[in-house]
Design a protein around this ligand. Structure first.
Ligand code: C2E
Ligand code: MG
Ligand code: MG
Length: 591
């Protein structure tokens, strides 16, 4: 500002001086705003330009030179033809077309194109502009801006990558897989070809991960991905779903045989040893195959069916492949149907308990009962637990169902006691899910309180595998039960984990010899030996022992002879409805 004052000449009139001052400050403002514009253009990596169409003169802002990687104001004269030479030849046609469209039709210019800067470098720019016409309707001026959008494009493609690709292996991920599968089914439908969807899962990957560490596990997955890729053609898709699960889409398949060939190849390449961090790792995989259109006509169904077939393969010997089959489909449908009706069944009171007496074989008297769950299904009739317990565990319904069983059993037992029937203990089966998931001790305590049943008349049946999972936590939980006065039995004893030390550490009061040993106890010396050992263990540790599934007198005699006198089985009574059980309690087993 101080400069402006010095410029004022003494000879000027006041009016002239004022005018000059005004002009000067306007000029300063203009310059400032130009500087500001240039600065913001620089920050935005945006340049402005004007193209006087009749004369062909093009004005370029300083920032444009910078964006295009050119020295300041060089060349001084810009022509359209020169500009064309900078544009990536692949984008030139579309750029010219956009220009024409603006000039001829007045459509605002908005086009992206690549510019070659320096040696090998390329940037992506976006130009936007408006056309002005003179009075005669001829194009006069095209003016606009050009923005460097390289970073944005790069970020976008990075995002695309993140969205569509697995970061560990670089393979397409689940999202892209669904897209590709969708396209592939459409294509196969047009070309009347079949399509193979292969779901593969490494066998025992978890164990490898746990013993060698996650880094080694990651390296193995990368190595597997690489070998798998070699099994497919470029037109196929290999994707990683996550974990150790991969999916391949085989396109252009004319016959199932060619899918089999690929599946065999995969098994072979995966079973070759891997060398990770100097360690030799042997791995195998299981493959499930669904074929379009036979096994499903949308990506969702195909993947579901391939998954199912994969589990089938795992269930067999592992290291093999299985095609999805109709029977599998029926199983799926039945399970889906069951799952839907299970929720309703619980609300509608379709579940009920039956009771099987536990008997002292010396006297024939009933000292206890096991509560067993039944489901009176409206369409399928009476269902036994093996039809629905697993499903209830998978879909979480075992939690409300188990709560209901516990409450119902306690309430029934209390009711019988109030009726004056001889008091007996009721054994309730717990599932692993119930055991692991929430404050089971609180639930049990609340149920006892609510129903008024004395804890000494409740026994909980657990399995060995349930106890071995989280030993410390379980020990605390079991101790709480013990303190509450509830007894604990181990169901199906001998079929699960073989370590016996936990028997000493957990407050268990009863072992239940599994039916499978009792069945052939009189004919199979091994089963007889196992039963005897279980009885001896129980005696040594001061536990009660009961034999399940006693069906014949011979079995009963063998067990009695070997000092197992508690028994449960069809020989005495099948599991029966509550009314019938009340009769058994009242009148004894053989009135
Ligand atoms: P479990 O606890 O081992 O029950 C004994 C099973 O053997 C019962 O089958 C019973 O009916 C059957 N059984 C008893 N005596 C004989 C016999 O002499 N011969 C033969 N062949 N079988 C006999 P069920 O009722 O079908 O129950 C099967 C399994 O389902 C039970 O095995 C138990 O693990 C589970 N389960 C039953 N009710 C419940 C429940 O309320 N909750 C949970 N979580 N599981 C339950
Ligand atoms: Mg049981
Ligand atoms: Mg059992």
């Amino acid at each position: 500002m101080s400069n402006t004052h010095q410029d004022i000449s003494l000879t000027d009139t006041v009016a002239e001086q004022n005018l000059r001052l005004q002009l000067q400050s306007t000029e300063i403002l203009l310059r400032q705003s130009e500087t500001r514009l240039a600065r913001s253009q620089k920050i935005a990596r945006m340049g402005s330009w004007e193209w006087d169409i009749p004369s062909g003169d093009i004005y370029w802002s300083d920032e444009l030179y910078r964006i295009f990687g050119l020295p300041a104001r060089q060349p001084a004269t810009i022509t359209v033809d020169w500009l064309y030479t900078l544009i990536n030849p692949l984008d030139l046609a579309s750029f010219k077309k956009a220009l024409r469209n603006t000039i001829r039709n007045g459509v605002p210019l908005d086009t992206n194109y690549r510019i070659i800067v320096g040696h090998d470098e390329e940037i992506v720019v976006n130009s936007q502009g408006e056309i002005e016409y003179d009075d005669s309707g001829s194009a006069r001026l095209l003016s606009g801006t050009t923005l460097d959008i390289t970073a944005r494009i790069r970020a976008e493609s990075q995002i695309q990558k993140l969205i569509n690709y697995d970061s560990l292996t670089g393979l397409p991920n689940r999202t892209l897989l669904h897209d590709r599968l969708h396209l592939a089914t459409a294509q196969a439908s047009r070309d009347k070809l079949v399509l193979g969807v292969l779901m593969l899962d490494l066998d025992r990957f978890k164990a490898i991960n746990e013993t060698l560490g996650h880094r080694a596990g990651d390296k193995l997955l990368k190595a597997v991905a690489k070998r798998l890729q070699a099994c497919f053609r470029d037109s196929d898709t290999l994707a990683r779903l996550g974990g150790d699960e991969f999916v391949a889409i085989l396109t252009g398949v004319s016959h199932e045989d060619s899918i089999t060939t690929v599946a065999k190849k995969i098994l072979a390449v995966v079973s070759e040893p891997f060398y990770i961090d100097g360690a030799e790792i042997f791995s195998t995989c299981s493959i499930g195959i669904a074929v379009y259109p036979m096994d499903g006509d949308d990506s969702h169904t195909l993947l579901k069916h391939a998954d199912l077939a994969m589990y089938q393969a795992k269930g067999l010997d592992r290291n093999n492949f299985q095609f999805f089959s109709r029977e599998m489909n029926n199983i799926v449908l039945e399970r889906m149907m069951l799952e839907n009706s299970m929720r309703k069944g619980l609300e509608r009171g379709e579940f009920f308990l039956v009771y099987q007496p536990q008997v002292d074989a010396r006297t024939g008297s009933i000292f206890g009962m096991e509560a067993l769950l039944r489901w009176q299904h409206p369409d399928l009739g009476l269902l036994l637990p093996d039809k629905f317990i697993n499903l209830a565990e998978e879909n979480g319904l075992i939690i409300p169902l188990g709560e209901w069983v516990l409450r119902c059993a306690c309430r029934q037992n209390k009711a019988w006691q109030e009726e004056g029937l001889p008091p007996v203990c009721v054994a309730v089966n717990l599932s692993a899910k119930q055991f692991g998931q929430y404050h089971l001790d609180e639930l049990v305590a609340a149920t006892l309180l609510e129903t008024g049943l004395d804890p000494e008349w409740l026994e909980l049946e657990l399995t060995e595998s349930m106890l071995m999972k989280d030993i410390e936590q379980n020990a605390t939980l079991l101790k709480k039960f013990k303190e509450m006065g509830i007894s604990l039995a181990i169901d199906d004893f001998g079929t699960g984990y073989s370590s016996l030390s936990y028997l000493k550490n957990f407050p268990i009061s009863r072992l239940k010899i599994d039916r499978s040993f009792v069945q052939d106890i009189t004919t199979n010396p091994d089963d007889a030996a196992i039963a005897r050992i279980i009885i001896d263990i129980a005696r040594a540790l001061n536990l009660n022992v009961i034999a399940e599934g006693v069906e014949t007198r011979a079995q009963m005699q063998f067990l009695s002879f070997n000092n197992c006198v508690e028994m449960q089985g069809y020989l005495f009574s099948r599991p029966v409805r509550a009314e019938v059980f009340a009769e058994l309690l009242r009148n004894g087993l053989n009135p």
